[in-house]
Write a protein that binds this ligand. Sequence first.
Ligand code: C2E
Ligand code: CA
Ligand code: CA
Ligand code: CA
Length: 281
Amino acid sequence: AKKEGRSSTHYFNEVINQSMKKRVALENYLRLAVGNSELIPYFQPIIKIDNDVESVCGAEALLRWFHPSLGNISPAEFIPLAEETGQTLDIGEWLIEEICRIYGEWLKKGSVNLDYVSINLSVLQLQQKDFHKTILESLKRHEVPPSAVVLEITENVLVGNFDRVNSNISALRSEGIRFAIDDFGTGYSSLTYLKKLSLDIIKIDRTFIREIHDDRGDKTLVQAILNIARDFGFNVIAEGVEEEMQIGIMKELGCRFIQGYYFSRPLPADRFLEFYERFTT
Ligand code: C2E
Ligand code: CA
Ligand code: CA
Ligand code: CA
């Protein structure tokens, strides 16, 4: 038994060892990813439903990492890693510039007429003293009006240096940039946000949408969120809509903005434009 114990400890250590090695390798690969052009923003359409007329009103930029030997690595894996290692600052700055470049080109060519493109932020970015300047410079450089951009934040902005976060948000909002609260309903303090932060859009997390067609509780919750949002004057986007039945319920509840695989997965820039054209004409 003793021998067995030792070998299972050995096995356990080996597993930890392997996963740490993998992590360090991934971390090092990620440092090279921007320079090697392995990171690419994709765009997922956000659809507005107005009296049964559907239009593409926006797009959420979602980062993709294609590594030459490891293949496609999910943001669920590399974004948290980038956060923990602080790489999220460099990647985030590059990404904002890249999205502004692409969006600026669309606007110049008249390829799209969107209300906004939205960009996911890490709390680390909002804690940087001059973050608002960085983003405003990128917008200016590519002639993207601040009013055509939405920044998505999650409730972890409420922890840490909240004053810094708030002053960045105020500075950006005063320039016309809008803010969305992402994954709404999943955290502990969702309602606190609404009071503490100046926001424009609520994105209802897809866990509430997934079973909305056969879970009365979820439907009641979504209804409640919509009521609160109406009173605060926020627009609401339902995330993760995959089924026609869910669309029907969102219409019934009066939720006019929909994002999800039902309409489209996130697409590379050129394919997003194709989708836009097909949808619009
Ligand atoms: P998120 O911001 O909540 O993004 C929505 C996620 O839901 C995306 O996953 C999207 O592909 C997925 N999704 C959209 N519609 C559906 C649907 O109908 N069904 C299902 N099952 N999923 C759907 P993705 O692209 O894998 O990103 C995962 C998370 O990684 C994002 O969640 C976001 O937190 C983070 N992330 C992605 N790109 C960035 C980025 O550029 N910066 C930062 N800071 N985080 C990012
Ligand atoms: Ca998001
Ligand atoms: Ca979300
Ligand atoms: Ca999420």
